[in-house]
Design a protein around this ligand. Structure first.
Ligand SMILES: Cc1cc2nc3c(=O)[nH]c(=O)nc-3n(C[C@H](O)[C@H](O)[C@H](O)COP(=O)(O)OP(=O)(O)OC[C@H]3O[C@@H](n4cnc5c(N)ncnc54)[C@H](O)[C@@H]3O)c2cc1C
Length: 247
């Protein structure tokens, strides 16, 4: 899976600070320079002032200003299972590659057995992988070989059946019903920083599934480059906190 930042609000933390100063500064005026807007905020440099104000907002749960800065991410090759999890978040905007208009008629079913088109969970090949509801911890090599054979056969047959149905002129929107939940999909999604922190609370947590957790970790890494003060604070002080249901 690849996650990239497609587009994002420029100077997101300046925008957050301006919005917050609007709330607290009697003489706030959008014509003021950013330096003038931040004049009475504690700190020797403008970066320190931003860190003071953003830290204050996050510490006090004043999350409204974080809704003004938005980022758009492109995800290539996550499973439809992962898609079902991330699309539960109602304040995120999504575009998902259509399986009504895009058909996988040129994929060789033999390549599917080697990991093309369908995501192979790590528990297929890793004997030490521990997931939720595992009855045992590690398994032996023979068990892993059996898992791999069954999994590869099943997804290969499923894609073969899909292509046979397309050859019989079945519409892609109906033929897709035989494809596995692991079938890859590309997604573009946009969210503001407040929502990004909420999604990270839910999906980068230890109880989230490995794939959506990996996706969210990648989103967080990109977010940390885009809005460094906010996500440094989030990573150091807010992640893994209790009572994380709704910031
Ligand atoms: C580990 C894990 C396991 C899960 N297992 C299941 C499962 O087995 N079955 C299942 O169906 N789902 C499952 N979910 C999905 C979960 O129940 C939520 O639907 C999903 O995480 C979306 O998050 P959210 O409810 O915070 O809403 P979001 O859509 O992300 O909204 C953010 C916040 O806005 C507020 N909000 C949004 N809409 C409303 C509303 N209509 N009314 C009131 N407040 C609202 C809430 O405060 C909410 O927390 C699971 C999620 C996780 C992380």
């Amino acid at each position: 899976m690849d996650v990239t930042l497609l587009e994002a609000t420029q100077n997101p933390e300046e925008l957050i600070c301006r919005a917050a100063r609007n709330d607290y500064m009697e003489a706030f005026n959008p014509e003021l320079s950013f330096e003038e807007t931040m004049e009475t905020v504690e700190g020797d440099t403008i970066e320190e002032k931003k860190a003071t104000l953003i830290g204050h907002l996050l510490r006090h749960g004043h999350y409204g200003p974080f809704e003004h800065a938005q980022a758009t991410f492109a995800v290539k090759g996550c499973s439809r299972t992962c898609m079902a999890q991330i699309t539960r978040h109602r304040h995120v905007s999504f575009d998902v590659r259509s399986m009504r208009y895009v058909s996988f008629d040129d994929v060789d079913p033999d390549d599917v057995a080697n990991g093309e088109l369908v995501v192979f969970p790590p528990s297929v090949t890793d004997p030490d992988w521990v997931g939720r509801k595992n009855k045992a911890g590690s398994v032996d090599e023979e068990t892993v070989e059996q898992r791999e054979e069954i999994f590869a056969d099943a997804v290969q047959q499923s894609v073969q059946a899909y292509q046979d149905l397309l050859d019989l002129d079945m519409p892609p929107e109906d033929a897709r019903f035989v494809l596995p939940l692991g079938t890859e999909v590309n997604i573009v999604f946009s969210m503001n920083i407040r929502m990004l922190m909420h999604v990270a609370d839910m999906r980068a947590a230890a109880d989230a599934q490995w794939e959506v957790r990996g996706m969210t970790e990648d989103v967080l890494d990109l977010a940390a480059e885009w809005a460094p003060i906010t996500f440094e604070y989030y990573n150091e002080n807010m992640r893994n906190r209790k009572n994380r249901l709704a910031p």
